[in-house]
Design a protein around this ligand. Structure first.
Ligand SMILES: [Zn+2]
Ligand SMILES: [Zn+2]
Length: 379
């Protein structure tokens, strides 16, 4: 059963996703209506808050009434049956798998929050992404402090639903003696893996910046692990939406830095910086820049903003370089495996520009939530 906190958290996550979907279309009521019509779960506030409450793990244990039933299904599926489901404490994949000694019940725990961002930006940054996967596995093994190490826990890579690797920690127990899902729940209480859940968030506090030691540990394993000097977020300049621009792979900010480390609060958008000396106050437009309209959100944009050279940025207002957040709606596993990031503006009539090319390339890559607008609204 899902606890009340987990339910509230799931409701909050769905509400946040709905908010992001709405933000994606907020500039046009007509566009929002069209998007909402394509997202049946958005029809009412009740649907947003209370609709999708069933967890994949709850469904799994209903579909397979006993452990033996699940093993029979795993046998048919070729020796592995797994279920990805997040809850209050973490992102988990529970599976039944067969090895030389018989059937095992395995729980894998995956990084989330800022630690997951560090894994993804390090992977996107790598020249050799296969090698990066191995290095990430080693870094995550070393990330576990001595007091929480256990001979049964190993850092593993498990199949992903996208091209983004799924890497975490796993522990398994023999299924012998486990009959009911209650037996399984009690067996989980004895598994040392669950003590790692707070660490999987990166800090123990959700969404706080990662400590510098974690970046240093990843670098010691041959990973780029770059952090922004302005806000502490893990950043990459190889995100396919934003080639050459430092971005965090966080939904709402992307290329925009909060400068929270430097005690500056600016309403004007500024970019991430690798060194504090590069952090200057937001530049200003002269008003004489060439402007065109964004084909997605209709605001006037220029690529001559001093802080965002070559990036189509809103000409006026807060000078937003971001057009919209990507959409949501996938299952827990797919959602985990996607690299989320905001999209850049793309000027109307410039189908071949860098921003339009980045969006086209990201769509082909298949590892982003997309598109943010129904295809009939894209031009
Ligand atoms: Zn930053
Ligand atoms: Zn736009």
């Amino acid at each position: 059963m899902m606890g009340k906190r987990a339910q509230q958290k799931r409701a909050a996550k769905h509400a946040k996703q709905a908010k992001q979907r709405k933000a994606a279309a907020s500039r046009s009521a007509a566009t929002f209506a069209a998007v909402a019509a394509n997202l049946p779960q958005l029809r009412s506030m009740d649907d947003i808050l209370f609709g999708p409450m069933a967890t994949p793990w709850g469904d799994f244990t209903e579909t397979h009434a006993t452990v033996d039933d699940a093993i029979a299904a795993a046998e048919k599926a070729g020796g592995v049956l797994s279920c990805f489901s997040f809850d209050d404490s973490g992102e988990y994949e529970r599976s039944l798998r067969q090895d030389a000694d018989g059937w095992l019940y395995e729980v894998a725990l995956y990084p989330r929050g800022s630690l997951r961002e560090l894994v993804m930006t390090s992977w996107l940054d790598a020249d050799d992404q296969d090698q990066a996967v191995e290095r990430l596995r080693c870094a995550l093994a070393a990330y576990v402090p001595d007091g929480l190490r256990h001979p049964g826990i190993e850092a593993v890579q498990r199949p992903s639903t996208t091209s983004v690797p799924r890497i975490g920690w796993a522990q398994s127990v023999p299924v012998a003696g486990l009959r009911t899902w209650e037996d399984v729940r009690l067996a989980e209480k004895e598994m040392a893996l669950f003590a790692l859940a707070p660490l999987a968030d990166g800090t123990g506090r959700s969404y706080g910046p990662l400590p510098e030691e974690t970046f240093a540990l990843f670098r010691a394993h041959g990973l780029s692990a770059r952090d922004c000097a302005g806000c502490g977020a893990p950043v990459t300049d190889r995100h396919p939406h934003w080639p050459g621009v430092l971005v965090s792979v966080e939904n709402e900010f992307g290329p925009v830095c909060a400068r929270s480390r430097l005690g500056e609060e600016s309403l004007q958008r500024v970019g991430h910086v690798l060194h504090a000396a590069e952090a200057r106050p937001a530049g200003k437009l002269t008003g004489k820049e060439q402007k065109v309209q964004c084909q997605y959100c209709d605001v006037h944009v220029t690529e001559q903003h001093p802080d965002w050279p070559g990036v189509w940025t809103e000409a006026g207002g807060y000078c937003r370089p971001t057009c919209a957040a990507p959409g949501f709606g996938a299952d827990d596993a797919t959602q985990y495996d996607l690299v989320d990031c905001v999209y850049p503006h793309a000027p109307a009539g410039a189908g071949e520009g860098p921003a339009a090319a980045a969006i086209a390339a990201a769509k082909k890559g298949g590892y982003f939530f997309q598109p943010r607008l129904p295809s009939f609204l894209e031009g």
